[in-house]
Ligand binder design. Structure first.
Ligand code: T5A
Length: 201
């Protein structure tokens, strides 16, 4: 079972993934938590290039790098884990690419979706939690640390990404649960836990 978390930077994904992982382990489930880009030696190198390289990347090269990291992670780690019955919780997946490179960087959506399709080779999450927070909250929560390359993309970019996420979530309302990410951490986790328990029944 693949579970994914989505939202703009600082929306609270990592916090909720930590709570969900602990809860699932408590009830005796095998859980593997991963983040994108990353999770293999190759994908971690790509992560470093994408988030910290001093070179300016074009939107297209950024897109291909995210997809290369994703394809490597899926084949080497995610698929083998799912085959063993492990629950995989993934911090970002192809919805991030649609939102950031499609809506944010303005690469034609049909192109982004096609390249996503190639990279994921048929793998889909059973459920996706989209933590929706306004851009100002994202900045407030991130301003205690150095911003990476993508986080430095500016207000207009993050407004487009946010609107993109809302559109994707409304188009795929069967899979994507929209949660108000400005609520208290515990309240958000209760919503997530209820949905997960429902999935297991
Ligand atoms: N990207 C990624 C693309 O452009 N395309 C792609 O295809 C993919 C896969 C990855 C970057 O790459 C981009 C998107 C990203 O810009 P990253 O370092 O992995 O970068 O960063 P994020 O995924 O954005 O993770 P962050 O750590 O920035 O944010 P989280 O995980 O959403 O938030 P979290 O849980 O760390 O919380 C941030 C702060 O807020 C507090 C926490 O305590 C923490 O201090 N917080 C709350 N405060 C109040 N109320 C709540 N409910 C709170 N929840 C958390």
């Amino acid at each position: 079972m693949l579970i994914t978390f989505e939202g703009i930077d600082g929306c609270g994904k990592t916090t909720q993934i930590g709570l969900l992982t602990a809860y699932l382990r408590e009830i005796g489930r095998n859980v593997l938590t991963l983040r994108e880009p990353g999770g293999t030696e190759f994908s971690e190198k790509i992560r470093d290039l994408l988030l910290h390289s001093k070179d300016k990347l074009t939107p297209q090269s950024e897109l291909f790098l995210f997809e290369a990291a994703r394809a490597d992670l899926i084949e080497k780690v995610i698929k083998p884990a799912l085959d063993k019955g492990t629950i995989v919780i993934l911090d970002r997946f192809y919805d991030s690419t649609t939102a950031y490179q499609g809506y944010g960087r303005k690469i034609e959506l049909s192109v982004v979706k096609e390249i996503n399709r190639l990279a994921i080779s048929g793998l889909k999450p059973v459920i996706t939690f989209f933590l929706d927070v306004p851009v100002e909250i994202s900045y407030e929560r991130s301003n205690h640390r150095n911003l990476d390359k993508i986080e430095q993309s500016g207000d207009a970019f993050f407004n487009r990404v946010t609107e993109g996420y809302r559109t994707i979530a409304n188009e795929e309302s069967e899979r994507i649960i929209i949660i108000d990410g400005t609520k208290e951490k515990e309240e958000i986790f209760q919503i997530i836990k209820d949905k997960i328990i429902h999935l297991f029944m």
